[in-house]
Write a protein that binds this ligand. Structure first.
Ligand code: LLP
Length: 419
């Protein structure tokens, strides 16, 4: 469900005509719908009603300040994975006590900043990290609230590049070793053992792997309680998938139902870290056709958005639906590769795609680009990053200006011997 729809054959974001928006803001541009974002957050959090649950939006999916501020205003927290995300989340008004911090490579400076801010919990991913965080907390005269991120070794049955909960992945601590590692952590004076966490992967389309992971965490929590280590926070990570093409992921309601009874029985505060499911379908990438060209083998549509703007098709072979902004019914369909201006064969938004026969100057919308779109963008080929726009009813605002080439080149200089 989202708020991008045709009215009189013109694509709108809520009540905003996207062709007019493109004229004023230029392309490529990311456009987010506040109504969709709000709805997704509410549906997700309401699914867990009855439980003591905190929804910590995984800001890596979309760290635009306006998006984070909206989530915070709806009661959400943030799941962060870097000092940069900490700074952004705090700047957007996310209260520190609603921030959880995951990631296998937290630096000393990042740990210090998060401790000083007073975050809810560090999700620890290695034995060395445990010792280092203990020392950093000691130096500051503080106690670090921690969970151990357990790798439950369940197959999330998703794309290999976004699976995180297998024994062969770099994430978390092995579930069979975790009990002993909790006992070691309990001996460290500057750690406060608060919880257990896991995150098994992204774009999951079934509930069974989540339930399996929860089972394994449940056994561990029970065993720890018997040993006198009583944890109060249960962080089940993110990962719920969305529909890009014809996937039928569980609804937030179905996801919650599959977990609720067991979570209630564990008598812990639940933390969730959804990213994609909150923002994925709430954003599009608006782009203009630069040229079309035919070769003996293919029809190409060259647009002004490229893999530096949206890398998911190139990187994961992801499918994003692509539609014309002007839904001219008369126009025939063609089979085309929709490609960007970057000098790489891998620079495409879609391959062998049936699409309306758009022409130079027409606008297209790349759908479901709200998650891992702008946040994964780069300046490859010295292409400044796209603008980001928030729509709310018939209002809209640029929430991140298009980058300039001066900003892209900022900080570069010649070594003295070349001047
Ligand atoms: N928590 C942790 C610790 C994570 O690593 C992630 C995502 C999430 C939560 C949020 O997962 P979500 O609910 O969004 O599935 N760039 C890839 C996705 C990478 C996900 C990385 N971790 C993509 O474009 O599909």
């Amino acid at each position: 469900m989202h708020h991008f729809a045709y009215h009189n054959s013109k694509l709108y974001a809520e009540d905003v005509d996207l062709s007019q928006l493109a004229q004023q803001v230029g392309t490529p541009a990311y456009v987010y719908s506040q109504a969709t974002l709000t709805r997704h957050f509410k549906v997700f959090s309401q699914a867990f009603q009855g439980l003591d649950a905190l929804v910590c939006f995984a800001v890596k999916a979309n760290s635009n300040r306006a998006v984070m501020a909206l989530m915070a205003s709806l009661g959400g927290g943030a799941d962060i994975v870097s000092g940069g995300e900490l700074t952004r989340a705090l700047a957007a008004g996310v209260p520190a006590e609603r921030i959880v911090y995951s990631g296998v490579g937290k630096s000393l400076a990042e740990m210090q900043a998060a401790l000083e801010a007073g975050i809810l919990m560090f999700n620890i991913e290695s034995v060395q990290e445990m010792a280092v965080l203990n020392q950093v907390a000691a130096d500051l005269g503080l106690k670090a609230p921690v969970s151990l991120r357990v790798n439950p070794d369940v197959d999330a049955q998703t794309h290999p590049k976004i699976t995180t909960g297998l024994a062969t992945n770099k994430f978390g601590l092995d579930v069979d070793l975790a009990f002993a590692q909790y006992q070691e952590a309990a001996k460290l004076d500057h750690l406060e053992l608060k919880g257990v966490s896991c995150h098994i992967g992204s774009q999951l389309t079934q509930v069974a792997p989540f339930a399996d992971a929860l089972d394994r965490l449940g056994l561990l929590v029970a065993k720890l309680r018997e040993a006198g280590i009583d944890l109060s926070l249960l962080d089940l990570g993110g990962g719920l998938g969305i529909t890009y093409r014809d996937e039928e992921p569980p609804s937030p309601e179905e996801y919650a139902v599959a977990l609720k009874d067991q979570v209630a029985a564990m008598n812990m505060r639940l933390v969730l870290e959804p990213g994609r499911v909150l923002v994925g379908n709430a954003g599009i990438l608006l782009s203009r056709v630069l040229y079309t060209k035919d070769t003996p083998a293919k029809h190409f549509i060259v647009v002004d958005a490229a893999m530096n703007d949206l890398v998911r098709p190139s990187f994961y072979d992801s499918f994003h639906n692509i539609v014309p902004v002007d839904e001219n019914q008369e126009r025939p369909k063609v089979l085309a590769d929709i490609v960007g201006p970057i000098c790489e064969t891998g620079d495409y938004l879609a391959r062998d795609r049936e699409i309306a026969d758009v022409q130079r100057g027409d606008l297209i919308a790349v759908m479901s680009a709200g998650a891992y779109g702008f946040t994964m963008s780069s300046t490859y080929n010295s292409r400044p990053r796209a603008a980001e726009v928030m729509v709310n009813g018939d209002s809209w605002a640029v929430v991140r200006e298009r980058e300039t080439i001066e900003e892209v080149m900022r900080g570069e200089s010649l070594p003295p011997w070349m001047e």
